[in-house]
Design a protein around this ligand. Structure first.
Ligand code: MN
Ligand code: MN
Length: 328
């Protein structure tokens, strides 16, 4: 009688049937031990900075669920993140006092100082866009970093109804706090309506390159990638992806949608064209499952997250000269 085949690969959680098991990010192993990790995927279930429709606090769980659909290797580039670096799900950034905005951001910053201090590269899933400021407080503490920012909004506003730390202002605060070098920042996909003609004026005044949606549509993702490479240069760079940069037909599950956005395909190709920049961290924010349709936004978000992971792994590999072979 023929013996059944044994699939030794099933010790690798990424290789198991993808609908089984507990849904961690990309089915990566979960750990809180930072010494076992090169790239840490972290949920930040916090949306205390939203100015309109809430729900992004549920983003990490929905993206974990949808990310289980993804496989191990990029068919487009051949990058195999889980075989190259130790990629782990670090769980969620816990907050003791989540209902006080500025204190919550301080708590997030303290968590990320621990992550960055242990040499772990953070890949974060929000949460609303206010969480990028405390992450930059950890990553930009020793020197300002550059940034590739893909979003329908510049998020360089100021005081709004008594708050300076809402999700429409993190990158103005980051420049104020010396965490970002604005001359190495590009903002891609900007569009929609404003309440004040100068709502995003800080971006251009501080020296950021604002590549609006009309310019993107006229010149394409390839041009946007070339501009991003030119602006960010060779220094350490953060990558932040607001899911509302995508067209609402492909990302309805978000708090402040804007018509006429980037397609998922354009976003994936734009990100792949950024290979070789020195990315020191990245995030995906503003996925709001209560407004989603059939998990579409979370799925496109998880697919974007995989590209961010590939970029971080390649940058990590270049910095460390590493050619590690990792089992899972
Ligand atoms: Mn944003
Ligand atoms: Mn936005």
């Amino acid at each position: 009688m023929k013996q059944p085949t044994r699939y030794h690969d099933l010790s690798d959680p990424q290789a198991r049937p993808r609908y089984t098991g507990i849904a961690s990010f990309f089915r990566a192993a979960h750990t809180e031990r930072l010494d076992e990790v090169d790239i840490g995927v972290i949920g930040v279930p916090y949306d205390g900075g939203v100015t309109n429709r809430p729900g992004a606090r549920h983003g990490p769980r929905a993206v974990r669920e949808q990310s289980a659909l993804l496989r191990r290797i990029s068919a487009a580039t051949g990058v195999a993140p889980f075989a190259t670096a130790r990629v782990r799900d670090l769980g969620d950034c816990w907050l003791e006092r989540p209902f006080a905005l500025e204190g919550a951001l301080d708590e997030i910053a303290a968590f990320y100082r621990g992550v960055v201090g242990a040499g772990v590269v953070p890949l974060s899933v929000g949460g609303d866009h206010s969480i990028s400021l405390p992450i930059l407080r950890a990553l930009g503490a020793s020197r300002p970093v550059g940034m590739v920012h893909i979003d329908a909004h510049c998020d360089t506003g100021d005081d709004y109804m008594g708050s300076r730390f809402h999700h429409g202002a993190p990158f103005r605060r980051a420049v104020d706090e010396g965490l970002l070098d604005p001359t190495r920042v590009i903002q891609i996909g900007i569009r929609g309506t404003v309440n004040d003609p100068d709502m995003w004026g800080f971006s251009t005044r501080s020296g950021m390159r604002v590549l609006g949606m009309d310019e993107f549509a006229d010149n394409g993702w390839h041009f946007a990638a070339e501009e991003a490479r030119r602006v960010a240069g060779s220094g350490p760079t953060y990558l932040t992806f607001d899911i509302d940069s995508l067209d609402p037909s492909q990302a309805p599950g978000t708090g402040t949608p804007e018509a006429g956005g980037i397609t998922a395909l354009e976003a994936l190709r734009l990100l792949r064209a950024l290979r070789g920049l020195d990315f020191v961290g990245a995030d995906l924010v503003e996925v709001s499952p209560p407004f989603d349709v059939g998990g579409l936004t979370a799925f496109n978000g998880a697919s974007i997250l995989f590209e961010l992971l590939c970029l971080l792994v390649e940058s990590w590999q270049i910095r460390h000269g590493a050619t590690r072979s990792v089992k899972s």
